[in-house]
Design a protein around this ligand. Sequence first.
Ligand code: THU
Length: 130
Amino acid sequence: MAMDTELFQQAREASSVAYVPYSNFPVGAALVAKNGLVFQGCNIENASFGLTNCAERTAIFKAVSSGVREFEMIGIYGETEEPISPCGACRQVLTEFCPDEMPVWLFSKTGDVKKTTVGALLPYHFKNLN
Ligand code: THU
């Protein structure tokens, strides 16, 4: 997948099934694997708020639990005026599986787009050096 419009559509579609009874803040992620598969993720909240899983981590966990670990890009969609940006926990999880130079596309509902990378979002991130 090359076009960010397609990535935008996949990320927005992913947000349509977000489970957000507490925040009413749907987020969608579309994670493109090197093999061409796209893993969509949404945020999934819980009555115990801290157990919420963000859209980005849902997408990564779906892919990894399907046996896929090599990725090309991710798109993240927020139902917002400005593009949203992944939380710290998701940034760390992204660094586990994605190269620093991997593109991260951030989309708003108005079609605003920002492009960054995994490494730019979390420089000098923790790695297990053992
Ligand atoms: N959330 C995401 O799913 N991804 C982000 O990048 C930021 C925040 C979710 C968590 C929670 O369900 C809601 O958005 C409000 O924080």
